[in-house]
Write a protein that binds this ligand. Structure first.
Ligand code: ZN
Length: 129
């Protein structure tokens, strides 16, 4: 894999249900865009890496008032997930009732899934493991 990672390809991978993160060539730290700079060493030489798809719930919120593009999908969860590889990404959270967020527990083990939104876009999402 010599192709330099781009945001466009990152989004395309998600559309194709083939999520990949960036891996710093310098120090091996895994990160998920939009940053093209390594949070660990500041390097900017990145390569693609596949990830386990396992993570834990760090934080979440319920979106009731959505941007116009996503209005049909509201209410929905947006969550921050810490991947097993160490990076944190913002994704949708599925498998819970957005009207009962008190049932969602931080630290819950989650696995990567994809959500084909009504808007026609595909999102990263996570669901209970
Ligand atoms: Zn690095």
């Amino acid at each position: 894999m010599s192709e330099k990672p781009t945001i466009e390809q990152y989004i395309k991978n998600i559309d194709e249900h083939n999520f990949k993160a960036y891996k710093c060539v310098g120090c091996g730290a895994v990160t998920a865009p939009p940053s093209g700079t390594c949070y660990s060493c500041g390097g900017n030489e990145m390569d693609w890496t596949t990830v386990s798809g396992k993570g834990k719930l760090v934080s979440f919120t319920v979106i009731h008032i959505a941007p116009e593009e996503f209005q049909e999908e509201a209410p929905y969860f947006v969550a921050i997930i810490e991947l097993e590889e160490g990076t944190r990404i913002t994704t949708r959270l599925m498998g819970f009732d957005p009207m009962a967020p008190e049932n969602v527990k931080l630290g819950t083990s989650l696995v990567l899934d994809y959500e084909d939104g009504k808007s026609g876009r595909t999102y990263l999402s996570f669901k209970p493991a």
